[in-house]
Design a binder for this molecule. Structure first.
Ligand SMILES: Cc1cc2nc3c(=O)[nH]c(=O)nc-3n(C[C@H](O)[C@H](O)[C@H](O)COP(=O)(O)OP(=O)(O)OC[C@H]3O[C@@H](n4cnc5c(N)ncnc54)[C@H](O)[C@@H]3O)c2cc1C
Length: 475
């Protein structure tokens, strides 16, 4: 039995009820902490895991995919009884409007750069070489967080450069799908450690198996999966056993060596009447920030220390939009369609139709501006209409956006920051001013990495584990 480093009756406040905040609260509870509160500004939990239900079917409008390598997420899912469903089939399509606009390609032929057996064998051989190189770096990339990564300059380069140095640049088409299309940016910009953490051998193999024609005959445990009722519902279910306050507006946070004072507003319902409790003050022993540290947002309610401000100023993200429409007359060949080669910013890169019998389709695109403008929205809608025409269909309700979300996605830094010891600097200040940080920036902006980082942070800083847990094994 570990001796807790922090008294289990300590009052702990977590800001943000996305994957980072809820998993941190969950692991604290697992370690016996009894006084943990999560405050969320929205009326729902899950952050970028956002799901909607229509016609009794659930749709994911943010995070979707749960590969077999999501050990921690799957462990929690089993505990709380949330089921997963396999994702079968993916294909590629040329940009609408090109000479062969709307033409589907065989995904493997596109990825391999040809249909001949020799092209396919070369492609598979390169995948095996990627796996071999990945295994060599395993000690550094397959553990939570990035402490110490600066000591490996061969890793502190862009992912494309990392591939080039190993003569694997011909795999760029393959990696553009999970990286560029899924919102993580160009291979030339994304730092190699992030890409390597995300695309483990298991994820690579399950992605290829799920996209192939035989996917329906492969055991589900080897395929990419999604939560049957949506990713958000997984977090909602977990939040039932945690103290989560929704609709909280943080007004002021003051920190010192002794504790943390928060001033906030929150609504409550008193028999048919909503009451806003304004300027409520509460005191906590520790603060865990589980929301993106966007300096302009934080400046409105909290003074950052000079080091926090310096590190937060280097944070970047990609404005990434997801819009859904009903498209009549053009059912997709597969549930997941990648637009290849990746089109310019502002045009959809992925189209999904989650259910073959439901015309609702989601379109994913980068936006050109940090904060979305009406012009971005109009341009995206125009492009979606063009894509629908190229597929032989049309938007069913011209003015009915089923949803339109723009996410501040992929909180990250560049390869030079990795080399500069950016992450060592964050790890040095974990706990200063009684403040800890969890979330996409500190590992990689995908759910399993965030959950493993939260588990490790709780084990080391609260439960008193002597070494990094590596995300393996139960607390
Ligand atoms: C379109 C899309 C597709 C994705 N697909 C996948 C996928 O298939 N698989 C996968 O693993 N990941 C995927 N992701 C990534 C995944 O969703 C994120 O990595 C994850 O949600 C980040 O978790 P987080 O808790 O760090 O941040 P968030 O999810 O952003 O949660 C932060 C929470 O903090 C709250 N908050 C912010 N400021 C405050 C404040 N001042 N006060 C109170 N609360 C506040 C927010 O409302 C939010 O609920 C996808 C993301 C997007 C956008």
């Amino acid at each position: 039995m570990m001796q807790p480093k922090v008294d289990t009756s300590a009052a702990i406040l977590i800001i943000g009820a996305g994957p980072a905040g809820l998993s941190t609260a969950y692991y604290l509870k697992q370690h016996g902490f009894k006084n943990v509160t999560v405050m969320e500004r929205l009326g729902r939990v899950g952050g970028l895991c956002c799901s909607a239900t229509e016609d009794y079917q659930s749709f994911d409008l943010g995070a979707v995919i749960v590969p077999p390598s999501y050990h921690e997420v799957r462990k929690i899912a089993r505990r709380i009884g949330m089921t997963l469903t396999p994702i079968w089939g993916a294909t590629a399509i040329s940009p609408a409007g090109s000479a062969d606009g709307g033409r589907y390609h065989d995904l493997f032929t596109y990825l391999a750069g040809g249909a001949s057996p020799s092209a396919r064998i070369r492609f598979l051989w390169r995948c095996l070489r990627y796996i071999r190189h990945w295994l060599r770096h395993r000690r550094v990339i397959d553990r939570p967080g990035w402490e110490g990564v600066a000591a490996y300059p061969a890793l502190c380069v862009s992912f494309l450069e990392w591939l080039r140095r190993r003569n694997l640049q011909d795999l760029a088409r393959l990696f553009e799908i999970p990286l560029t299309a899924f919102g993580y940016g160009d291979l030339e910009a994304i730092a190699a450690p992030y890409a390597l953490r995300y695309i483990s051998p298991m994820t690579l193999v399950s992605g290829l198996l799920s996209s192939g024609p035989l996917a329906r005959f492969i055991p589900a445990c080897l395929l990419l999966q999604r939560f049957t009722f949506g990713f958000q519902r997984f977090w909602e279910r977990l939040s039932w056993e945690l103290n989560v306050r929704r609709n909280c507006t943080v007004k002021r946070i003051e920190r010192s060596g002794e504790g943390v004072t928060i001033t906030y507003a929150h609504p409550s319902q008193l028999i048919n009447r909503q009451v806003i409790h304004d300027n409520v003050t509460a005191r906590y022993d520790y603060l865990i920030l589980a929301c993106p540290l966007l300096p302009e947002e934080f400046a409105t309610f909290m003074d950052l220390s000079p080091e926090e401000a310096r590190l937060a100023a280097r944070l970047r993200f990609n404005p990434y939009a997801v819009a859904t429409f009903e498209i009549a007359g053009a059912p997709l060949q597969e549930r997941l369609v990648f637009v290849v080669p990746p089109p310019p910013v502002g045009e959809p890169l992925i189209i999904t139709q989650q259910y073959p019998d439901n015309e609702l389709m989601a379109f994913y695109a980068y936006l050109p501006t940090r904060e979305p403008t009406p012009e971005d929205e109009a341009r995206l809608k125009e492009q979606i209409a063009r894509y629908a025409r190229a597929l032989g269909g049309r938007i069913r309700y011209e003015d009915d956006w089923h949803s339109y979300d723009v996410w501040h996605y992929f909180r990250h830094v560049g390869p030079a920051d990795f080399q500069d010891g950016y992450y060592d600097a964050w790890e040095r200040i974990q706990g200063d001013n009684r403040t800890y940080y969890v979330g996409g920036l500190y590992d990689f902006d995908f759910v399993e990495g965030i959950v493993q980082y939260a588990k490790d942070l709780v084990a080391r800083n609260f439960a008193g584990a002597p070494h990094r847990g590596g995300g393996k094994g139960d607390p």
